[in-house]
Design a protein around this ligand. Structure first.
Ligand code: HEM
Length: 129
């Protein structure tokens, strides 16, 4: 494991410690920024799809930190799948940024410079796909 992976994992642990499951906070922030996205989740009454999707995005970023090739393919595949349900690709970058902001806020003063660098770096990699 390298520094990037360590910092990312430490940030995920910090968020879990501070607020447990961050799903609600992430989607509240997303819908505040992109209100038109909320309607697409109306069928997700149990909140399971929201949680599953967030977990997949975090796994994708973790894979990216590890230098794996599959995360870029995952993003490309989801671009097509999501286009069919009405999610424009530019919202992907918004969603990644929303996760970053939510986690930084949840981490509070324990959010380190290494965590901030790791997230900035990973989001730049994701944006380059
Ligand atoms: C790399 C980025 C993304 C990945 C890997 C991903 C993955 C997924 C997965 C696996 C599901 C199915 C969840 C389930 O039914 O259990 C899903 C559903 C969905 N995703 Fe994403 N997603 C991504 C980005 C986005 C973005 C940016 C949006 C925009 C807000 C979005 C909107 C949705 C919607 C509306 C659904 C359907 C929810 C429902 O069934 O009610 N996704 N996504």
């Amino acid at each position: 494991m390298d520094q990037l992976t360590d910092a990312l994992e430490a940030s995920l642990e910090l968020v879990a410690e501070r607020c447990g499951d961050p799903t609600e906070r992430v989607y509240d922030r997303l819908f505040a920024r992109q209100p038109e996205m909320e309607a697409l989740f109306l069928g997700d009454q149990s909140r399971q799809a929201r949680g599953h999707m967030l977990q997949m995005v975090l796994d994708t970023l973790t894979g990216m930190a590890d230098g794996a090739a599959w995360p870029a393919n995952m993003i490309r595949a989801e671009k097509i799948n999501h286009d069919q349900i009405g999610v424009p690709f530019d919202v992907f970058a918004t969603f990644f940024g929303v996760i970053h902001e939510t986690f930084r806020e949840a981490g509070g003063e324990d959010w380190t410079a290494e965590m901030e660098t790791a997230w900035t770096d990973l989001l730049a990699r994701a944006a380059a796909v």
